[in-house]
Structure formats: C-alpha cells, structure tokens
Design a protein around this ligand. Structure first.
Ligand code: NAD
Length: 260
C-alpha cells in the first residue's frame, strides 16, 4: 500500500502497460485518474477495479493539450503522473517518411509527454512535490527495435526525462523513464487493425515470438513494466532517484541468449 493517500494520473490506461499500471497503483492504495481515447477499454478498466472504487476514467486524447489539462484537473492535485499513451507511429525508414506522419508521431509520443510534464509541474509544486514516469522504449537506445520516427520520438522522451528532472528538482518533483523491451500488448495488433478473437490469436502468436526474442525466455508482460513504474513513482523506494531510467527487457539489449 505504497500509494495510500496519493492520486495518480495514467495515460494510455485502457490497454496494456497503462492498464496494468493503473491497476497496480489502485491495488497499492492510490486514487487513479485514467485517460485514454478508447472509452470501451476505459469502462472495462473501471469495471475491473470496481470493488476498490479507486479508478476513474476520462476520455483523453494526449495529442490535444486541452485534454491533458482537463485530465490533470480531474485529479484535483496529482501526486504521480505516468505519461504512457502511445502507438506505433509512422512506419518506414528515414527515406520513406513524410512531414505529416512525422509530426503526428512526435505529437503522440513526444509532445504529449512534454505537455503532460509542463502542466503537471505547477500542480505538483503546489502540493510540495511529486513523481513523473514516462514510457520511452528500448527503441530509444537501439536501431533494430522499431521504425525511425517512433525510435527518434522515444529517444526524445529519454532526454526530455533528464531535462525535466533537472528543471523540476527545485520543486521536489522527480522525473524518470521506463524503457520496455518486447512486451505483449495490443500495440502490435492495433497497427494491423485487428480486434476480437483474431487479435487474441495474433497476440498469442506474438507472445511465442517474444519469448524467443531475449535471454529471458518468456514473453514480457505489462505487469513487468507496472512493477518498475511503481518503484520509480514510490517516494519510499525511489526518493533519491531522478533523471534516469529502468530498462525492462528480459535482457534483449545485451544480445541473444548464448548457446554455449
Ligand atoms: P497498447 O496499445 O496496449 O496501449 C496503448 C494505449 O494508448 C491504448 O489504450 C491506446 O488507446 C492509447 N492511446 C493511443 N493513442 C492515444 C492518444 N492519442 N491519446 C490517449 N491514448 C492513446 O500498447 P502498450 O504496449 O501498452 O503501449 C504503452 C506505451 O508503451 C506506449 O508509449 C508504447 O510506445 C510503449 N512501449 C511499448 C512496448 C511494447 O513492446 N509493448 C515497448 C516499448 C514501449
């Protein structure tokens, strides 16, 4: 119950990593304000946590600044912000991109995080401090994990995390990032437009591929990321941790599993 008496705002909370983290915060005592464009998934999240009554959902498009401001206002004084919403972004190599797709990717994955921090900062400062965690990616530090626009935006999130940590330390606000490796969520099937049973089948196939993609031979789960986010958000556990990141990738970044 590390978060009793705390209010946590989570974006991209209707699915995957955001959903698991919202549930984890609620389970550990926080009041959670969950934002997402997916209202059906948001309602399902609230229903799952109904017994605790600690999750509220508000439709939020993180590419719209006014929506971010409204989500934070709904928290009525946030202690924790998890900037997590995202999707695959523009596909292709650098010689295949276009300005419209590039801008949309940056707005979704990078500007949203900057604006989340920007608008949370004065609210947290007024409360005497807070903790912000941003979802970057293993793709922020290596080329083979995702397309160019997505990877560049996530590298931006990583450096933004350091800048914001330095900017906001005077207000007692810690800012850190989590870098997921290959985590089985709907992010892969969403880009293909799959839903329902077909999506579940595809996710099961992806889980098999994921399990073989790194030295730790099991699929990465949203709960693996939620645990790291909870650590970084906890004043008790990570009160002296700011401007850094945790890579949660089953060892993917160190290379394939040895056969010797
Ligand atoms: P997911 O598709 O399960 O969840 C993403 C959520 O973000 C969805 O509920 C979606 O509706 C929401 N979303 C998308 N656009 C939005 C917008 N404009 N405003 C508000 N919400 C929006 O995927 P996930 O894997 O849980 O992704 C969460 C974060 O983790 C993303 O930032 C993603 O880039 C990052 N990430 C995922 C992986 C992975 O392997 N799954 C790896 C590295 C980083």
């Amino acid at each position: 119950m590390r978060f009793t008496g705390k209010t946590a705002v989570v974006t991209g909370a209707a699915s995957g990593i955001g959903r698991a983290t919202a549930l984890r915060f609620a389970r550990e005592g926080a009041q959670v304000i969950a934002g997402d464009i997916d209202e059906t998934g948001g309602a399902a999240l609230v229903a799952e946590a109904e017994a605790q009554g600690r999750i509220r959902f508000q439709r939020t498009d993180v590419t719209a600044e006014a929506d971010i401001v409204a989500l934070l206002a709904a928290a009525d004084g946030p202690d924790i912000l998890f900037n997590n919403a995202g999707a695959g972004g523009q596909r292709g190599r650098i010689d295949e991109i276009d300005a419209v797709g590039w801008d949309a990717t940056m707005a979704l994955l990078l500007r949203s995080v900057a604006l989340g921090i920007r608008h949370a900062a004065p609210l947290m400062a007024a409360r005497g401090g807070g903790a912000i965690v941003n979802t970057a990616s293993i793709a922020a530090t290596m080329s083979g994990a995702a397309p160019t626009a997505y990877s560049t935006a996530k590298a931006g999130v990583l450096h933004l995390t350091k800048m914001a940590a330095a900017d906001l330390a005077r207000s007692n606000i810690r800012v850190n990032a989590v870098l997921p490796g290959f985590i089985v969520t709907n992010i892969f099937t969403a880009t293909l437009g799959l839903t329902g049973a077909v999506r579940d089948q595809a996710n099961a196939a992806i889980a098999t591929v994921a399990a073989g993609s790194q030295p730790v031979r099991r699929p990465g789960r949203p709960e693996d990321i939620a645990a790291a986010v909870a650590f970084l958000a906890s004043e008790e556990d990570a009160g002296f941790v700011t401007g850094t990141h945790i890579l949660v990738d089953g060892g993917m970044s160190v290379g394939p599993r040895h056969s010797w």
